[in-house]
Design a protein around this ligand. Structure first.
Ligand code: IMP
Length: 243
């Protein structure tokens, strides 16, 4: 099924040369004349282009390093997608799916997209899919945390979890991967690193919030890290099946 996306050759021998040529040619890919050599190199080196529906280059580079050379990750910008991708669904699954299919349908690339939410037990799973804009459309993390702390002020049950859903669409077929980390909402903010709700979320069996952890330690146990590990395992399995 995925045969058309992978091509056969001992790519590893020529990886270095390919990297340089690829970087040179990708910048002129829209010119038809150059498409043939690019296609030729992708065939030879058995590379699959895969769009990660993000413009966060840091996230993209991090994932490229984990995923390896057989997958050439492209950002939204690199495929000429500068519009805002719709995220109108009531669930993380729905939003991740909507984003991945939007790219696949409009741009024709295999693609994956993620969506994450903080789910608090005593708040019936809120903020969930509204995590970014819980306190309003400005998407301010301090306001969001303030709202959560106020809502939980008199509540003993502080159980919460972060959940990430990744939707991968290849040849119009979708697969989803979920990553969860459980923990609790502490009484106030602690720590300076990270983003979003990190200063008020303490993962179970740790005495630090996410905002007090080094990024590499957070990534090992985080919702996103766990979902990405499952995605990578699946992509490597595809890679092996096509050798
Ligand atoms: P996104 O789907 O990755 O854009 O995440 C949606 C929102 O969830 C973000 O705007 C943050 O408020 C929150 N969030 C996602 N991941 C994290 C995390 O690792 N730490 C803290 N907050 C997060």
């Amino acid at each position: 099924m995925y045969g058309t996306l992978f091509y056969d050759f001992k790519f590893k021998l020529c990886k270095g040369i390919f990297g340089i040529l690829h970087d040179l040619l990708i910048s002129v890919e829209t010119i038809t004349f150059y498409n043939a050599p690019i296609h030729y190199f992708y065939q030879k080196f058995k590379i699959m282009k895969l769009v990660f529906a993000t413009n966060n280059m840091h996230k993209l580079e991090e994932l490229q390093a984990i995923i390896g050379d057989r997958f050439d990750l492209l950002s939204l910008q690199e495929i000429g997608c500068n519009e805002e991708i719709p995220e109108e669904q009531p669930t993380l699954e729905g939003n991740a799916r909507q984003k991945a299919f939007y790219i696949f349908t409009k741009y024709g690339y295999p693609c994956f997209a993620d969506d994450t939410g903080l789910e608090i037990e005593a708040l019936n799973g809120e903020p969930g899919v509204f995590s970014a804009r819980y306190a309003g459309p400005v998407k301010n993390s301090d306001d969001n945390m303030k709202k959560v702390l106020e809502l939980l002020a008199k509540i003993k049950n502080r159980n919460a979890r972060f959940r990430t859903v990744i939707s991968l669409v290849i040849n119009g077929e979708e697969r989803q991967f979920e990553g969860i980390v459980v923990g609790e909402i502490i009484n106030g903010k602690k720590g300076q690193s990270g983003f979003g709700y990190d200063p008020i979320f303490q993962p179970s069996e740790f005495d630090k919030t996410f905002a007090e952890m080094a990024l590499k330690d957070k990534n090992k146990i985080s919702h996103r890290g766990r979902a990405v590990q499952k995605l990578v395992q699946y992509l490597k399995m595809l890679e092996l099946n096509n050798d």
